[in-house]
Design a protein around this ligand. Structure first.
Ligand SMILES: [Zn+2]
Length: 420
C-alpha cells in the first residue's frame, strides 16, 4: 500500500448504512431492538464488515462490539470512535448506526491510505444505548465507565429474563464485568445525528457538542380531598388538580427564566399529569406529575430540582393539600465534552471547508458515560426537520460523510499532537 491522504468514501459509507438498516423488523421499519435475534443479525453483519476492513473483532464482557487497528507505538492508549446499532421500536436508520458506520469508514480510510496511527484505533458498537426492555439505557457504555452496578444485572426483561443473562446471551461475560471498564482510552469521539433543528435552520454542516445534559426525573403527588363540584364552596376546597396545575406552570416558567442566565442549556417538561378521580363533577383528590429536568450545569440542575420541591410544598400549603410523594425516579449527571477534542473537531471541520458551531446535546448518548473515564466529544450532523425516533428520520449522505471527514481530521491531529 502506498501512503496517501486518508479520505472518506461517501458512497461506501452510505451503502453500508443502508445495508445495516435493511436488517429490520419488516412489519415496523426501522426496528432493531437490543437483545433480539435481529440485533444479533445486525451485529453479525457488522462483525463481517469490521473484519473485511482489516479490524480485529472482539466482544468485551459487557457485549460491546469492537474492531481494532493496532497503532505503531505499542502501549499507547486507544482512540475510540463509535455509537450504537440498536434502535427504538419503529425508529430511524441513523440514530446510532450513523456513528458506528462513520467510525468504521474512518478506520477504513486510514488503513487504505497506508497510514498507521501511533495510537491503536477502536471502532465500537456500544450495547443497548436505547432504553431496552430491561428499563435501562446505555448498558454497554455504562459498563465501560464501571457504572453498570451489580443490582442492575438483576433487572428483569421479557419473560422474566435477567439483564445479566441477556448480556451473556449476546456474547458478554458478566461474571467478569469489571474487565469491561476502560482506563486505556485517550479519546472517544461519537458522531450522531443532531435530533434537533439548530444545524438545519442555521445551514451549518457540523455541530460540535459542548456538553450532554444531566437529566433528573421527579415524581410529585399532591393529596387533597374529593368533593362535589357543585356544592363545595371555593374557599373550602382542597383541590389537588389545582396544585398539580400550578406546579406545571412553575416548572415551565422557571425553566424559561433559568435558560436566560447564560449558564448553559436548561429545559424542563411535565410530560405526565394525572388527576384522580378524573371526573367532570368531582374536585380532584389526587394530582400526580412527573417532571423531566435537563441542564448542562450540574449545580444549576440540582438547584432547579430543589426549587421545584420547595415550590411544591408552598403550593400544597396554598391549596390546603399535602405533598404525598416527592421522589427522584432517575438521575444522570451532566457530561462536559473535552475542550481539546472540541477544538480539534473545529479545526478538522475548517480543514474540510465545513462550517461548524457549538451546541449542547439535550439527549443522552454513550459519550456521556465514556466521558467519565476518558476525554470525550461529539460531532452532530444535521437531520431533516430534527425528526428522530421515527421512520421518517433522515440525514443526507453528504452530511454524514462530512461528519466522518471531520472526525478523521480530528483523529489525525490528535494522533500527531499527542505527547511523547
Ligand atoms: Zn442514539
Amino acid at each position: 500500500m502506498t501512503d496517501r491522504t486518508p479520505a472518506i468514501d461517501e458512497r461506501r459509507l452510505w451503502s453500508d448504512l443502508m445495508a445495516l438498516a435493511e436488517i429490520t423488523d419488516t412489519a415496523r421499519p426501522w426496528t432493531r431492538r437490543s437483545f433480539t435475534p435481529l440485533f444479533d443479525q445486525g451485529r453479525d453483519w457488522l462483525r463481517r464488515r469490521f473484519a473485511e476492513a482489516g479490524l480485529a473483532v472482539r466482544l468485551d464482557a459487557a457485549a460491546n462490539l469492537f474492531g481494532r487497528l493496532e497503532g505503531s507505538e505499542p502501549g499507547r492508549p486507544v482512540v475510540m470512535l463509535g455509537s450504537h446499532s440498536d434502535s427504538v421500536p419503529s425508529g430511524g436508520r441513523f440514530d446510532g448506526p450513523a456513528g458506528v458506520i462513520a467510525a468504521l469508514e474512518v478506520a477504513r480510510a486510514l488503513r487504505e491510505s497506508g497510514r498507521t496511527l501511533r495510537h491503536p484505533l477502536e471502532v465500537v458498537d456500544c450495547l443497548a444505548e436505547e432504553p431496552s426492555d430491561f428499563g435501562l439505557s446505555c448498558i454497554g457504555s455504562r459498563a465501560m465507565a464501571g457504572l453498570l452496578a451489580p443490582e442492575m444485572l438483576d433487572y428483569r426483561g421479557p419473560g422474566g429474563e435477567r439483564l445479566g443473562d441477556a448480556i451473556d446471551r449476546v456474547g458478554g461475560d458478566t461474571a467478569r464485568l469489571a474487565g469491561a471498564r476502560r482506563s486505556d482510552v485517550a479519546a472517544f469521539l461519537e458522531l450522531h445525528i443532531e435530533q434537533g433543528v439548530v444545524l438545519e435552520r442555521s445551514r451549518t454542516d457540523i455541530g460540535i457538542v459542548t456538553g450532554i445534559v444531566g437529566i433528573v426525573r421527579l415524581e410529585l403527588v399532591f393529596l387533597g380531598e374529593a368533593a362535589h363540584a357543585g356544592t363545595m364552596p371555593m374557599a373550602m376546597r382542597r383541590d389537588a388538580g389545582v396544585a398539580a396545575a400550578r406546579l406545571v406552570g412553575f416548572v415551565s416558567e422557571r425553566a424559561q427564566a433559568l435558560a436566560q442566565l447564560g449558564r448553559g442549556y436548561v429545559v424542563a417538561t411535565t410530560g405526565v399529569i394525572e388527576v384522580a378521580p378524573n371526573a367532570i363533577n368531582v374536585v380532584p383528590q389526587r394530582g400526580r406529575v412527573v417532571v423531566d429536568v435537563r441542564a448542562e450545569d450540574a449545580a444549576l440542575l440540582d438547584a432547579f430540582v430543589a426549587e421545584i420541591e420547595a415550590e411544591a410544598r408552598r403550593i400544597a400549603e396554598a391549596t390546603a393539600t399535602v405533598v404525598e410523594r416527592c421522589a427522584t425516579l432517575s438521575r444522570a449527571t451532566p457530561a462536559a465534552c473535552d475542550p481539546r477534542l472540541r477544538a480539534l473537531l473545529a479545526e478538522g471541520a475548517a480543514a474540510c471547508g465545513l462550517s461548524s458551531l457549538s451546541l449542547p446535546s439535550g439527549a443522552g448518548h454513550d459519550a456521556a458515560f465514556l466521558s467519565r473515564v476518558a476525554p470525550a466529544a461529539m460531532v452532530f450532523v444535521p437531520c431533516r426537520e430534527g425528526r428522530s425516533h421515527t421512520p421518517e428520520e433522515w440525514a443526507e449522505p453528504a452530511a454524514i460523510a462530512a461528519g466522518a471527514a471531520t472526525m478523521l481530521e480530528a483523529v489525525l491531529r490528535f494522533d500527531t499532537q499527542a505527547a511523547g
